[in-house]
Design a protein around this ligand. Sequence first.
Ligand code: UDP
Length: 239
Amino acid sequence: MTLPYRRVLLKVSGEALMGDGSFGIDPTVVKAIAADVAEVAQQGAQVCLVIGGGNIFRGVAAAAKGMDRTQGDYAGMLATVINALMMQNALEALEVDTRVMSAIQMSAIAEPYIRRRAVRHMDKGRVVIFAAGTGNPFFTTDTAAALRASEMECDALFKGTQVDGVYSSDPRKDTAAKRYDTLTYMDVLSRDLNVMDAAAISLARENRLPIIVFNIHAPGAFQDVMRGKGPFTRIDAAV
Ligand code: UDP
């Protein structure tokens, strides 16, 4: 069965790569996500990825301990490059042609981000990993994901998280928490739902980019959700 999307962006948070640990990278988790991405790519969809860096470093957390915020944010962006290299390695082990494109130039290990070149890589069937976020402090990799997905004219942004969608409150703390099947961008903004930061949601809203939130740890979840098999929450414009 062909996939209903031509080109998609998958955002994976850095925390998703930690596995059961509280810091760093669990190679088994990276391998499992790479296998899911490889399946989707082999089935003909064009895939690009944005990986967070929260498993290694966050500028906000460092600033809370007295570090200069912008310096911390640059360190956070470098953390995303480490994660991107790990993911590239796991994808290449599965024989998926992959390119890392970095928003901060580091030509020895990654190509510089050039929009038209990224599109060309994807047209050739390569998986493109966008590293170093937006290249600017005070942003998040969620905003980077909404930005790159808009630039790449993706059909949707898939956000792989630790839970299977967006809930009315934290399902790990509140047993009465309810999962939404669909939400509008305005619902997320006005109810201040904890999905992505407001900059990312606003960018997606302006560019009519649907966001699909799902649990990245369920085996084969990415390919299932691409086919509409739940559970997940879809955020879109009001119909
Ligand atoms: N960051 C940044 N600009 C960007 C993207 C990321 O300054 O465009 C920094 C910021 O310090 C952030 C860190 O990189 O905390 C890691 O990214 P993020 O927190 O989005 O990772 P995730 O929560 O997805 O693991």
